[in-house]
Design a protein around this ligand. Structure first.
Ligand SMILES: C[S@@+](CC[C@H](N)C(=O)[O-])C[C@H]1O[C@@H](n2cnc3c(N)ncnc32)[C@H](O)[C@@H]1O
Length: 475
């Protein structure tokens, strides 16, 4: 190969990396914009309710005369949620240079290896009111391992608890002025939090922020215990029974792909595993990092997760009820050394040959159906596990990309449960346990509508490979 072509290959690689980083910054800015936009988008909703109320005939208005007060209460709840969101953003340390100029058009002509980079939809939260599913934006990285290194990690039995500013913000009756107050209070915020840099926030991103609020309840609020008992408890019990003789000196390792807001990974760590959660949504990572690393006491924050829907509420009181969180203080929960959250796409990070045969257990909870190609997920899970390692799965098969019609680059392989198991057997798994578990996902426990899954639960063991068996036999 000539020196010239080596030089141009390097240049090409450099350009590609720059483009990937620029796309990642763009994606992260979009996510931050969506979080910043939370109060305004919510205020828009309240204004709509007010407009409808205004249109009522006088007699109906008189009958519903309490509604204006409810609207003001909604505004107050929105401002309380906004305080949490703003504090969370303030604590976030972007793993990228957010002030860089992005000139993506110039680079876009380049072929990139990472065609899924940037904005992508994978559902992460199911709306109770509609049967469609909200989507979560995934920020995918150029070099996922690099991002994994740069994203906040929870390490060595310490949760890196850092004090937050803890401002108690004045809460105004009018949502709009409350937002301004907050922005003034946070005047020392980094440039990338400057609200004037906010881009237009599409409705789909507004929904994603609301999904995160519901995920907070699932993972970190006392009322999420119902769901955690349905989904996490059977997994934790199974891990305990699979690894009865865990020793503190040499704890087994467990990987949790698609870890969401990190509660399951934390619980597994507390059971005595070296646990790593993997997650590629910056929406999720920003929030889990804040709760895991910045919580000072249990019940530190109060949010109002259910205010964004007027549908299926038994009463206004139910809709406006406060939820305190987190239910535990993560730093004193008793984690095992080595607990970490790793940012990046599961496929990109864990297909790396260095990961092969390194994990004692892989736990997937409401995750395997996030795949474009579920066969690839199963193949990687099998490779990651040591011989004799276990894969515990709980979840439905609500393929997240199933309705991505017309998007050229998107693929979605949708298999039945029977086929999924057949693929797993092909990759060396043996089924040890199997049952169906009824579970909800980010559902308001007091709603008149409860979407219930009959989720598949299984424990599969990776058979010893033939080479390993033969080696054992000869020694
Ligand atoms: C339905 S949620 C489940 C979250 C969590 N396991 C729970 O039970 O609450 C699926 C999660 O997987 C994440 N995810 C989707 N595809 C992923 C991928 N390729 N790599 C890593 N995380 C992914 C999503 O961002 C989301 O947080």
């Amino acid at each position: 190969m000539s020196m010239m072509s080596i030089g141009s290959e390097e240049e090409e690689e450099l350009r590609r990396r720059k483009l990937d980083e620029a796309l990642e910054v763009k994606s992260l800015r979009r996510i931050i914009s969506a979080y910043l936009n939370y109060p305004e988008a919510s205020e828009e909703d309240v204004k709509r309710y007010e407009l409808s109320f205004q249109k009522l005939p006088l007699s109906h208005k008189a009958l519903l005369s309490h509604l204006p007060q409810k609207f003001q209460q909604l505004r107050w709840c929105i401002s309380e949620n906004s305080v949490f969101i703003f504090q969370m953003l303030q604590a976030f340390d972007p793993p990228l240079n957010m002030s860089q100029d992005i000139d993506i058009c110039e680079h876009e002509k380049l072929k990139t290896t990472n065609k899924h980079y940037g904005e992508k939809d994978a559902r992460s939260c199911q709306s109770e009111e509609k049967s469609h599913h909200h989507s979560i934006d995934e920020a995918k990285s150029v070099d996922e391992k690099d991002v994994a290194r740069r994203l906040p990690e929870v390490k060595e039995n310490k949760l890196n608890v850092t004090g937050i500013n803890g401002e108690s913000l004045s809460v105004d009756d009018a949502g709009g002025s409350c937002v301004k107050n907050m922005q003034q209070e946070f005047s020392s915020s980094p440039d990338w939090l400057d609200p004037s840099l906010q881009s237009h926030v599409p409705m789909v991103d507004v929904d994603k922020v609301r999904c995160i609020i519901r995920n907070i309840v699932r993972d970190w609020a006392p009322e999420g215990k119902i769901e955690r008992d349905q989904c996490y408890k059977p997994i934790l019990e199974e891990l305990e029974s699979q690894f009865p003789n865990r020793s503190a000196g040499s704890p087994p390792s467990c990987l949790v792909p698609g870890a969401g807001l990190g509660r399951l990974a934390l619980e597994i760590s507390c059971l005595g595993f070296v646990c790593q959660g993997n997650e590629f949504s910056y929406y999720m990572m920003i929030c889990s990092s804040y709760i895991l690393n910045y919580t000072q006491v249990a019940g530190e924050w109060t949010i109002y997760p259910w205010i964004h829907s007027n549908c299926n509420a038994l009463s206004d009181r139910d809709q406006l009820r406060p939820v305190s969180m987190p239910d535990i203080h993560p730093a004193s929960a008793g984690i095992t050394e080595g607990f970490s959250m790793c940012g990046g796409d599961f496929v990109e990070v864990y297909k790396d040959p260095s990961q092969a045969g390194t994990w004692d257990a892989v736990v997937t909870c409401f995750f395997i159906d996030t795949a474009h190609n579920i066969v690839e997920y199963i193949e990687i899970i099998s490779k990651l596990l040591k011989d004799g390692g276990v894969w515990i799965n709980l979840g439905p098969l609500l393929y997240h990309f199933a309705d991505m019609y017309g998007q050229e680059d998107e693929m979605s392989v949708e298999l039945s449960l029977e086929e999924v198991k057949r693929v797993a057997f092909h990759y060396g798994f043996e089924l040890e346990k199997e049952k169906t578990i009824e579970a909800t996902y980010t559902t308001n426990p007091r709603s008149m509508m409860q979407n219930r899954y009959f989720a598949a639960f299984w424990t599969m063991r990776k058979k010893a490979s033939r080479v390993a068996v033969e080696t054992q036999a000869t020694t």
